[in-house]
Write a protein that binds this ligand. Structure first.
Ligand SMILES: *Cc1c(COP(=O)(O)O)cnc(C)c1O
Length: 314
């Protein structure tokens, strides 16, 4: 194990929606694994960083959006383990006045403080980021590096996520996970017990996600995607979601993030209200972290005079 980790605990919570009876479920607190390399991002980086070390790389290069949890986690892991980190960030307008960008963007500001070096690129170049030509150009610019894909998903990331579920989780019937690129849920699916089923909650409009997941998993009959809880797309939110996140934290003491875990829990509660789950089933939701994204989201909400997420720090 590369990094000192806190234990991931199972927490039983009961949430009572305004218009419905109480709902009990368990939450696996992977958000507590590490203060800066939270949740699934630690799991996804773990074997990649080991491989990078084994291959004698001293530089990690990866990709992400301006508020990416993966960028923040990669920067922090690199700092802690002695890798140079390079972040290829979507949005070349951000590179114009870097001081201003860092002032306005808590994620990039954090990554910068961890020593991450940035290259900002426009959206059409960003789409070509995994082509051989683009990667060759990056090698010419930065020297040799270990490449971690956007969102951190590859075979080694899935292997790391196969460690999310252990013996303590074997008596749950449903395991719920938020989905971005699909790496995390793939690892969970691969480590299921026979009687267990996974419900995946895409954080984006992701018709392609089933096919992505099928690249990494061996089975097709014990998982299902619930596509009605993306709130319009990646990082799209509305006051109803913000209200839910605030109410959930008030009732349970657990902070959710607006991009992934908030949408997942909103979905689980909505399904429960609609009678989706059989009586007495035990539901486990994985808290994959992502709390670093709250302050960037709140800035945008406050600028628009919209309801924002209440945290312990406010
Ligand atoms: C990145 C992320 C996810 C999505 O993980 P994938 O492996 O990309 O599907 C879920 N939750 C949180 C908090 C994340 O940061």
């Amino acid at each position: 194990m590369l990094l000192p980790l806190k234990k991931s605990i199972l927490q039983k919570v009961t949430y009572t929606p305004k218009d419905s009876k109480p709902i009990t479920l368990w939450i696996k607190r992977d958000d507590l694994l590490h203060p800066h390399i939270s949740g699934n991002k630690y799991r996804k980086l773990k074997y990649n960083l080991e491989a990078a070390k084994e291959q004698n790389h001293n530089t990690i290069l990866t990709f992400g959006g301006a508020f990416s949890n993966h960028i923040a986690a990669s920067a922090a892991a690199g700092k802690e383990l002695g890798f140079r980190t390079i972040g290829i960030i979507r949005g070349n307008e951000l590179g114009g006045d870097i001081e201003k960008t860092l002032k306005k963007n808590p994620t990039l500001n954090f990554a910068n403080k961890q020593g991450m070096q940035f290259k900002f690129i426009d959206r059409s170049s960003y789409r070509l980021k995994h082509t051989q030509k683009f990667i060759e150009a990056l090698k010419n610019e930065f020297g040799s590096f270990y490449l971690v894909p956007e969102g951190g998903t590859n075979d080694l990331a899935v292997k790391g996520c196969e460690e999310i579920l252990g013996d303590n989780e074997s008596n749950f019937d449903y395991i719920c996970s938020a989905i971005g690129t699909g790496g995390t849920i793939s690892g969970i699916i691969n480590s299921l017990k026979l009687h267990q089923k996974v419900l995946g909650f895409p954080a984006l409009k992701g018709d392609f996600l089933s096919d992505e997941i099928k690249k990494y998993v061996h089975s097709t009959d014990n998982w299902q995607l619930l596509n009605d809880y993306h709130f319009g797309g990646f990082a799209k939110i509305n006051p109803e979601l913000v209200h839910f996140i605030n109410d959930f934290s008030l009732q349970t003491g657990i902070q959710l993030d607006p991009i992934y875990t908030g949408k997942m829990l909103f979905g689980i509660i909505d399904l429960a209200k609609k009678g989706y789950f059989e009586d007495k089933v035990k539901i486990l939701a994985i808290h994959t972290g992502g709390l670093q994204g709250i302050s960037g989201m709140n800035q945008r909400l406050k600028n628009k005079n919209l309801p924002f997420i209440i945290t312990n720090h406010d």
